[in-house]
Design a binder for this molecule. Structure first.
Ligand code: PEP
Length: 258
């Protein structure tokens, strides 16, 4: 059975004091749940202090990025080798990194490989932009992004990965159009189909596929109810602990209903 995920991407927000207060408050509102994993992805600066504070039975930490070389003269970079004691997951291929920091297929492939060889599970973000969607190129974009990012992994490594389908046009900072759950269903089905074509059905059934894009406590249930949707990656709405705790609550509920 695939363990459901609700993940918070804090992006470049919160200092150590804010993050610590937030998690202290969220902790009070959150219970331990066997079938739901809550992941927090704060900035690098918060990873160490938060890793000392959090209840690891309730929360897992993710990095928002990492560099693909393990060490060396790369001023300003933080490698997955340095992150491996701190995080279980790392977000890789987020559209903000692809767009603002020019991360291409090759770099994302190298980052996925580097995270994996350091024992960190990639949360690989993929998704089409608005013009690709209008041109009916969604499947091609998803296929290209998936095939290239997973290229250096073994089937067993692919089985552990988390894919976040994040159509760029639905991300709050890039337009925040609200997608129809049927659109998301099609994309999730296609992602799993593509993985099964590349690595076989058994592996495709182990991979967790999340949805991300303007998710909030009102919309999350409709996405979580989709067949094969294993959770949500939440940006803007995760910055408020009360709102995020409501999203987690909806995750429990879906879980209880099976
Ligand atoms: C994101 O950037 O990963 C994201 C899902 O953002 P938002 O929820 O704000 O659309």
């Amino acid at each position: 059975m695939r363990r459901r995920i609700i993940a918070a991407n804090w992006k470049m927000n919160m200092n150590i004091a804010n993050g610590s207060i937030y998690l202290n408050n969220l902790n009070k509102l959150t219970s331990i749940h066997r079938n739901l994993e809550v992941i927090i992805a704060p900035a690098f600066t918060l990873l160490h202090p938060l890793s000392l504070e959090i209840d690891h039975r309730k929360f897992s930490l993710a990095a928002q990025n990492g560099y693909f070389k393990d060490q060396g003269a790369y001023t300003g970079e933080v490698s997955f080798a340095m992150l491996k004691d701190l995080v279980k997951y790392a977000i890789i291929g987020h559209s903000e990194r692809r767009i603002y920091f020019n991360e291409d297929h090759q770099m994302i492939r190298d980052k996925v490989a580097a995270a994996t060889r350091n024992g960190i599970i990639p949360i690989l973000c993929i998704g089409e932009n608005k013009s690709e969607r209008v041109a009916n190129e969604t499947k091609k974009v998803l296929s290209d992004q998936l095939t290239s990012a997973l290229y250096n992994l073994t089937s067993d490594e692919v089985a552990k990965i988390v894919i976040a389908y994040e159509p760029i046009w639905a991300i709050s900072t890039f337009g925040g159009e609200i997608p129809k759950p049927t659109d998301i269903q099609k994309a999730i089905d296609y992602i799993r189909y593509q993985i099964s074509e590349l690595y076989g059905l058994k592996i495709a059934n182990q991979v967790r596929v999340l949805y991300g894009g303007s998710v909030n406590s009102n919309s999350v249930s409709a996405y979580l109810a989709l067949d094969g949707c294993d959770g949500a990656l939440v940006g803007g709405a995760s910055l408020n602990y009360l709102e995020f705790s409501k999203i987690i609550e909806k995750g429990y509920l879906i879980d209880k209903l099976g």
